[in-house]
Design a protein. Structure first.
Length: 165
């Protein structure tokens, strides 16, 4: 399984566990899909739902390092200084809003589709995002019935979901 497919698969499975823990209606995984379909198909009360998955990392450099594609030494000192001097809220919310804007332009061959954004920026918790919820920009005209934000880092005591739309 490709890294991207593996990340999407585990994001959906972990989201389902948290969703089912906090909701009466139970969500079930059916299968992964290929583009123009959402990343996964699930079932909620006999109704199929597509789930499109995205990950937020803070910055492109942090994503590359977190995914193991690049090492810190691969980036010039200037990049590290700029990253360290950028406030955490700017990095976290900027990355999230960029993903939401990008995904809003897509179309899918399945309705309804939910968007699941999995937080991989470990420096910010769900509490931090909740405090700044008014700064999370949901674009008009997006194709999603629901938009969910998900943190699954139980090893550092951070786990939970938040519905954005």
């Amino acid at each position: 399984m490709k890294q991207k497919d593996n990340l999407e698969y585990h994001a959906v499975l972990n989201f389902i566990v948290e969703y089912n823990r906090t909701h009466k209606r139970q969500l079930h995984f059916i299968r992964q899909c290929k583009p123009r379909m959402p990343d996964a198909l699930c079932r909620l009360n006999k109704k199929e739902i597509g789930i499109e998955v995205a990950h937020t990392y803070g910055t492109g450099e942090e994503a590359a390092m977190r995914l193991g594609n690049r090492d810190m030494k691969d980036f010039p000192d200037k990049v590290h200084r700029e990253r360290r001097c950028t406030p955490l809220d700017v990095r976290a919310l900027g990355s999230l809003n960029e993903i939401l804007a990008k995904k809003a332009t897509r179309t899918y061959d399945f309705i309804p589709t939910w968007l699941l954004v999995r937080n991989a920026f470990v420096l910010w918790s769900l509490t931090d995002y909740r405090k700044h919820k008014e700064e999370i920009l949901i674009p008009d005209g997006h194709p999603f019935e629901q938009i969910w934000f998900f943190i699954d880092a139980p090893s550092v005591g951070r786990q939970g979901i938040m519905r954005l739309h």
